[in-house]
Design a protein around this ligand. Sequence first.
Ligand code: SDN
Length: 143
Amino acid sequence: MIAAGTFTDLYTAVSQHYARQVQLLDGGRFEEYAATFTPDGAFQHTPGLPPATGHDGIVAELRAFHARFDNDPVRRRHWFGMVDLSPREDGAYDATFYALIVTVRPGVKEPSMGPSCVVHDVLVIEDGVVRNRSRQVDHDQLF
Ligand code: SDN
């Protein structure tokens, strides 16, 4: 929850939103991850894919993507950082940040890295709760 206040309050609330959200994603709790978006929220994790929309669409997309790991047990962690927030004219916020995906396989101490991403979010705050209206993930190798 965030009350009207300073930029520090806003930044703290957004940081908490991201921490909760990414741990839901990496924990495979896709319904709860989807619920961190607005009901009509749009999510595109890979350029070229059509955005998944709505909570059910986001869950379906994440299940389909993660099926590749059914016979390849991994722990994936999405590391977010360098969050840059700016207000939009419509009252929402643009957030641009870096994401690095770290993958660990059983018994292998050294993780593999990638993709390295830049993420463009539109965040809305309603009743003190931060939610994503949209998320578009760009991958650094595609330049
Ligand atoms: O939710 C995210 C994601 C994400 O879900 C990603 C997925 O696969 C599922 C927030 C911020 C960044 C990301 C990045 C990815 C990367 C994408 C493709 C892959 O790992 O190969």
